[in-house]
Write a protein that binds this ligand. Structure first.
Ligand code: NAD
Length: 502
């Protein structure tokens, strides 16, 4: 049996229960049908049906928000050591089922197993890291004044809504949900309609590991319906959202009446700038990895290559050669480097940019075509002879498409890099330290890596500027979002109180 056949057989074992019973919403520790009936989820690998999914509406969101509000006081007041223990147990339970999570994620999203096997483990790491932060989460400061002992403390904000996208959904969901739970908040999760499988596994695993009923509730459904209702619900204090920039704008409007606190992780059109003094072998590896891994469906992908004109011809030639060798195939084949795109609509969007590139006068130096057969497969694509005013340089394609733009000087590189509505990440390749310091200081991005691909370190702040987001995740920044600062002043003596009407 080949490794692919073995993985498919294992997958079938895991899918059997979904095929038989579908996916219900999970509210207050119980399976509940969706008031909107069901919708069908399909696999991008071959277009086949996976199962029916409960279609949540405002009614289900209301039930989930009430469950989260009911569960909140006990979860908030639980001893930190106990909450830490439960979240650590959740991490262990995720690890124990990491193969199932990885296989289901691949089948649901088209992501290659070589990356998804790590995504499940990273989900566990998110829980373990934030579990360890629980005992210090409430800590505050003592700010003494002449007449008062002022102290600060932090309290969880209340039930929160978490809305996630379809790209690496398990990893991203845990990234949001773990710090929310660690802070003492309860959660209503609305996963992306295109990838509901692992969100179901997460709530089931968490409850199995001891998370009390109602602390995490999962309502499936569509954005404009269940998603919207969550952002408008008066019991929900905050919304942590990962998704497209224009959805972020909608959520901001929807949340206005109930004054929602908002955390947005949105789109990007991130530059990787390669200077001619860089270690070009390493730069090449990183450029290829940061746009073609995860099918290019990655917010932090370096989708604009800014290449110094002195090395452009050679670098682009080497790049095209590598891109043409990327192994596109079945996500469960361990050799596969790129799987199919998430679905029909996204496939039409990504392949549409191949035509747009040609119409704009750019050159398709590699790829630029769909792969024949079932499933939403495209060839990894490199576009050269582009300028930064073209749509292929300005719009987030969110697929395996790299747009290469030449520059002559450092000033020009900086101007091109910053000439974008987005500002999530930037990658700089140079061996000139002073230039790296100067350049990163002026580059408009929330996260920048120098001579490195994106390497996530959980204590560091993750987030974007401009149209790429509002707020930061990671370390204590996550708690700043999910908790409220409280100030309490204690009089230290009988200071003079202004006397009116005396
Ligand atoms: P999307 O915005 O279409 O959907 C994301 C989620 O929002 C889904 O669950 C959807 O149902 C929900 N939604 C849609 N409309 C809504 C509404 N009116 N009210 C409430 N919820 C609504 O995004 P997508 O296509 O699923 O994901 C891809 C996008 O996510 C890309 O733009 C990508 O860059 C971005 N992303 C950003 C980060 C980051 O950290 N910055 C990480 C991953 C993905």
């Amino acid at each position: 049996m080949t490794a692919l056949a073995e993985n498919l057989a294992r997958l079938e074992g895991h899918l059997a229960r979904f095929r038989e019973g579908g996916i219900a919403n999970r509210i207050a520790g119980e399976d509940r049908p969706g008031s909107g009936g069901v919708f069908r989820t399909t696999s991008p690998v071959d277009g086949s049906a996976i199962c029916d999914v409960a279609c949540g509406t405002a009614e289900d969101i209301d039930a989930a928000a009430r469950a989260a509000a009911d569960a909140f006081p006990a979860w908030r007041d639980m001893a930190a050591t106990e909450r830490r223990r439960i979240l650590t147990d959740v991490a262990a339970a995720i690890e124990a089922r990491s193969e199932e999570i990885a296989l289901c994620e691949c089948w649901d999203t088209g992501q290659a197993l070589r990356f998804m096997s790590k995504a499940a483990l990273r989900g566990a790491e998110n829980f373990r890291y934030f579990a360890d932060q629980v005992p210090g989460a409430r800590d505050g400061r003592h700010l003494k004044s002449p007449t008062l002992m002022n102290i600060t403390t932090r309290v969880p904000i209340g039930p929160v809504g978490v809305i996630t996208p379809w790209n690496t959904p398990f990893m991203l969901s845990t990234w949001k949900i773990a710090p929310a739970l660690a802070a003492g908040c309860t959660v209503v999760h609305k996963p992306a309609e295109a990838s509901p499988l692992t969100a179901r596994l997460l709530v089931e695993i968490a409850e199995g590991a001891g998370l009390p009923p109602g602390v995490l509730n999962t309502v499936n459904g569509f954005g404009e319906d269940a998603g919207r209702a969550l952002t408008e619900h008066p019991l929900i204090r905050a919304i942590a959202f990962v998704g497209e920039t224009r959805t972020g704008s909608l959520i901001m409007r929807q949340g206005a009446d109930t004054l929602k606190r908002l955390h947005f992780e949105l789109g990007g059109k991130n530059p990787v700038i390669v200077f001619d003094d860089a270690d070009l072998d390493r730069a090449l590896d990183a450029v290829v990895f940061m746009i073609y891994s995860l099918n290019g469906e990655r917010c932090t992908s370096s989708s604009r290559l800014l290449i110094q004109d002195t090395i452009r011809a050679e670098f682009e030639a080497r790049l095209a050669e590598r891109v043409n060798r990327i192994r596109v195939g079945h996500p469960l084949d361990p050799a596969t480097e790129m799987g199919p795109l998430i679905g029909a609509e996204h496939y039409a969007k990504v392949t549409g940019y191949f035509d747009i590139a040609r119409q704009e006068g750019a050159t398709i130096a590699a790829g630029g075509e769909a792969v024949e057969g079932a499933g939403f497969y495209v060839r990894p694509t490199l576009i050269t002879d582009a300028t930064n005013d073209m749509r292929i340089a300005r719009e987030e394609i969110f697929g395996p498409v790299l747009t290469s733009i030449p520059f002559a000087t450092e000033e020009e590189a900086l101007a091109i890099a910053n000439d974008t509505p987005y500002g999530l990440t930037g990658y700089v390749w140079t061996s000139d330290l002073t230039r790296a310091i100067r350049f990163t200081d002026r580059l408009e991005a929330g996260m920048i890596w120098v001579n490195s691909e994106n390497v996530r370190h959980l204590p560091t702040p993750f987030g974007g500027v401009k149209a790429s987001g509002i707020g930061r995740d990671g370390g204590d920044w996550s708690f700043e979002f999910y908790m409220e600062q409280k100030h309490i002043g204690f009089a230290t003596g009988a200071h003079r109180i202004p006397r009116l009407g005396a």
